[in-house]
Design a protein around this ligand. Sequence first.
Ligand SMILES: *Cc1c(COP(=O)(O)O)cnc(C)c1O
Length: 370
Amino acid sequence: MRATRAIIRLDAFRYNLRLVRSRVGSARKICVPVKADGYGHGAVPLAKTALEEGAEFLAVATADEGAELREAGITAPILLLSIPLPEEIPELIVDKLIPLAGDRDFVRELAATAEQGGEVLSVHLKVDTGMGRIGCPPESAAELAALIAGSKHLKLGGVATHLAVSDSLKQDDVAYTKEQLTRFGRAVEDIKKAGIDPGLVHTANTGALAFHEDAFFDMVRPGILLYGYAPAGAEQVLPVKPVMELVSQIMFIKQVKKGETVSYGRIWTADRDTTIATIPVGYGDGLPRRLSGDFQVRINDAWYPLVGRICMDQCMADLGPNTAIRRWDSVSFFGADALSAADLAAKLGTISYEITCGINKRVPRIYVDT
Ligand SMILES: *Cc1c(COP(=O)(O)O)cnc(C)c1O
């Protein structure tokens, strides 16, 4: 196996899940989003660990992601968060995925396909209270709930909405979240008033889990929090631990003279005689090339700048003139002991999600559970 690996600490994931459990209590269900291959950590091992720890639901974005979990023998309920093509509906029925539906046409398609299979399909109604992505307007929630509950081959298993700015403590954002929750609460009331059991009511993503207890309802769906990243301002209440660490080893060491340049484009010139380490990690592994010239790696408990352009498969660190570091020594890019994926993301104007999801298939995932 190559030197570059993503260490996945299942013990940290378990720890994070226990923090979430203690926050929401045992009466509520926890739904663990494992979409995009478990935010890049590996959907199947993370899903299995989550279920061992007592999580009740999983969530995926595509029918294929759901099928992968079923093929691995996972029988827990799985929510399908995005809308599939009509031709994917038979697959989701076979795999007993629970679609989120937010329009009449899709509900009818689901009902027709479920009828052909002679099945009763659980569906969760998705209400758009201000995310502006998928879901019905709150005013039509009761009508759609009636359509689902009234269909012989569908069952209303739950009602959900998604929050757009729940991870922010800015006054406007908090007010917007409260407004979304008010709209959602009214939609759920409308459904109940129509004499329909809404099933599991759920909305809390990571931000809501951190900042909005009134959003917990019957089930929570925190994703990035479980992978070790709390929103800014919640680190104290939810001291989660990063699950992924990207590591590698030095493959080549050389002396470089003052005035010599390193890597493509010659953007870096040695201002003194120094030692350069070449490490087999590049943008082909998911280390963003835009970090060139603005990144430090950790080697033997000290920090060293990456210098020159990050290449597809390799990058270079400046170890300084007199180094005790040797070829094959370990290098940490982000995670436990190095910068966090959130620090990296901040440099790039993105979020930790994009960093962990971006660590490519070429990087083997090594699961550690102590
Ligand atoms: C991805 C997703 C989540 C989890 O979001 P986090 O910000 O990672 O907590 C919850 N609900 C829906 C509908 C999602 O798409």
